[in-house]
Design a protein around this ligand. Structure first.
Ligand code: MN
Length: 128
């Protein structure tokens, strides 16, 4: 059974890059997208995704608020915060909001792929 992945990202180019990378995992992943915070929350409720790739800067509801909501709704969902902020302490803020992992944008393709593999293997998601 495919792992349910939700990508919440408002920037079309970033979304395109994320989807291109996820495509390499083929049918192991079932990917749903959302382009703003409200849509992200709606899709989360519908999908109960096992992995969320969450842009922290979103229109509607920001990623920090969404991460908190997602963890309240389903603490087992793994949330990967994506942020373009190059600020000191930003990583801590992202993790404090409830994200389990953090990736800085622009995304490093190899780093992103490696994290996905780790999540799929160590979280045992491939068995579900
Ligand atoms: Mn954004």
């Amino acid at each position: 059974m495919s792992i349910r992945v939700l990508v919440v990202e408002d920037n079309p180019l970033n979304m395109e890059l994320v989807l291109a990378i996820l495509e390499d995992f083929g049918e192991q992943l079932s990917v749903t997208v959302a382009g703003d915070g409200h849509e992200g929350l709606q899709r989360f409720l519908e999908l109960k995704p096992q992995i969320v790739l969450l842009d922290m800067q979103l229109p509607g509801i920001d990623g920090f608020t969404l991460a908190r909501r997602f963890k309240e709704i389903n603490a087992a969902s793994i949330i990967v915060g994506l942020t373009a902020y190059a600020m000191v302490g930003d990583k801590e803020r992202v993790l404090e909001a409830g994200c389990d992992y953090y990736l800085a944008k622009p995304l490093e393709v190899a780093e992103f792929k490696h994290l996905m593999k780790v999540l799929m293997e160590t979280e045992g998601l491939h068995e579900k």
